[in-house]
Design a protein. Structure first.
Length: 73
């Protein structure tokens, strides 16, 4: 499904790249890397600094946010 979405965006979006952000705890980073995204940077303590309550993935508290990029062209 992700491959179909990326193909659609390549054909219909007037952009050179996709940028997204996710937590560093779940398997999201590995999933996006398998889809051709590469890590660009990390914002330390993002979830601690920007939410007034703790956020958990399972039993692990989210702290950092990871940004990834995929070139479309």
């Amino acid at each position: 499904m992700m491959k179909q979405l990326i193909t659609y965006l390549k054909e219909n979006l007037a952009a050179d790249e996709l940028i997204l952000g996710t937590d560093d705890v779940s398997n999201n980073v590995a999933f996006y890397e398998k889809c051709g995204f590469t890590i660009t940077h990390k914002i330390s303590n993002y979830f601690l600094d920007n939410y007034d309550h703790p956020i958990f993935e399972g039993k692990v508290q989210l702290k950092d946010k990871i940004y990834l990029r995929k070139k479309l062209k």
